[in-house]
Write a protein of this length. Structure first.
Length: 415
């Protein structure tokens, strides 16, 4: 029986973040494989944290830059170690490689953080994003080095897969497209969905700690919502999300139809009661959980090219794609008022989920890939010379730094 260890940057919060949903999917997959699963993190739990023990996952708090982690992993002796985000691989990857050289090391990217960061920087400066800017960003170099050091990196976005394979020429053996793993939407499950006429208002949602979400809500309020309300003066917009910052909460103006409501205990019910989801995302990376969740609840969406990136051919989006605020508002109004277009978009969303995000087939591919790497680890690593080179240099340099920090912390404690 295989043992898998996941090292998380945070404890999963599927009720507040798409990343939390993603991690929950991976954990459920490992449990479905019959693997003994342990989750460890240096972070503090919150009241939104998933009760992992309840689903059969052992949890262990760990310390950064501390030799107790070495003792922990040697005792656990996992066959597979998953690093949730590249920063975690930087912190713990060298210790895993040093203590458990035969363990398969997996990087769960969530998205390319460097791509999101570079786009955000360009947006703030009012500059056009280019791949050259992304490649020159120091975070990009760190993230790509982490991907090279790992035996396999899981990518959710087809766009980011193409970026790594076609633009950077990474070995195809070390990256795998693994989008969200979702249950099929069955016809009988849609019977309970409210119809077009039984739904009212628009909806948007997102975690307030995620900068693209905050910008999207602000932009929607400032540039798009007034245009929609001018044509549909009685319509309302509900804004949901945990950890929304104060300046977003202050946008709550019911008289203008703009309702900032914070975290929703049953977000699916709120999505199903709404007619259209609005997601004017101006920068970011990965695939957008809010758009996936809207499709799962039969709610068409209007988003941007960045929002739809890596998910589907934009010519067949289950809703509308517009970057210009006026065209975005016009598309939102059309989708909201035209039943035929709305129903066609709803059906396309169901098809997209069932075709591209089928849990059964994706889990099968994941299990097969991990088992193949584990059985052929020496050969697999020999095909990635750059990764071996980076791993050797990282262990040599980071071990020294990690030990120095550990001794420094001991001195502070003793003092």
């Amino acid at each position: 029986m295989k043992k898998v260890l996941i090292i998380g940057s945070v404890w999963p919060e599927p009720s507040t973040t798409a990343a939390g949903h993603r991690m929950q999917q991976l954990l459920n997959s490992f449990l479905n494989f019959g693997w003994v699963t342990t989750f460890a993190s240096t972070a503090a739990r919150t009241h939104f944290s998933l009760d992992l023990e309840k689903i059969g996952v052992r949890t262990v708090p760990i310390q950064l830059n501390h030799s107790s982690f070495d003792d922990f992993i040697r005792e656990l002796d996992p066959n597979i170690v998953v690093f949730d985000r590249f920063m975690v691989e930087e912190q713990f990857g060298w210790r895993v490689a040093d203590n458990l050289p035969d363990a398969v090391r997996i990087l769960n990217t969530e998205d390319l953080h460097s791509l999101r960061k570079t786009r955000e920087e360009c947006h703030k400066k009012g500059e056009k994003f280019t791949l050259g800017q992304w490649k020159s960003n120091d975070m990009t170099k760190r993230e790509i080095a982490s991907i090279y050091r790992s035996d396999l990196s899981l990518m959710v976005s087809t766009f980011e897969m193409e970026l790594l394979l076609e633009r950077l020429k990474l070995p195809k053996e070390i990256v795998m497209h693994l989008p969200f793993m979702l249950d099929e939407i069955m016809d009988e499950s849609t019977i309970s969905w409210p119809s077009f006429q039984d739904r009212t208002g628009f909806i948007t949602y997102g975690n307030g700690k995620h900068t693209p979400n905050v910008d999207s809500i602000w932009y929607l309020n400032q540039k798009i919502w007034p245009l929609i309300r001018n044509e549909l003066p009685e319509v309302t917009l509900k804004v949901f999300g945990a950890y929304l910052p104060q300046h977003i909460e202050q946008l709550h103006k019911p008289k203008e139809g703009f309702h900032v409501l914070g975290w929703a205990e049953n977000l699916d019910a709120e999505i199903q009661s709404s007619r259209v989801c609005l997601a004017p995302i101006r920068f970011g990376a990965g695939i957008k959980g809010k758009l996936i969740q809207s499709m799962q609840n039969g709610t068409p969406s209007v988003t941007t090219n960045i929002g739809a990136e890596g998910m589907n051919d934009e010519s067949d989006w289950p809703g509308k794609i517009q970057d210009d605020p006026l065209e975005f508002a016009e598309s939102a109004i059309e989708l909201y008022t035209n039943r035929k277009i709305w129903e066609r978009a709803q059906m396309r969303g169901m098809e997209l989920i069932n075709q591209n995000y089928c849990k059964h087939s994706l889990e099968k591919r994941l299990k097969s890939k991990l088992e193949h790497i584990a059985l052929n680890l020496v050969t697999h690593r020999s095909q990635n010379f750059i990764g071996q080179l980076l791993q050797q240099q990282t262990i040599a340099s980071t071990r020294f730094m990690g030990k120095w920090i550990e001794e420094k912390n001991k001195t502070k404690t003793d003092g």
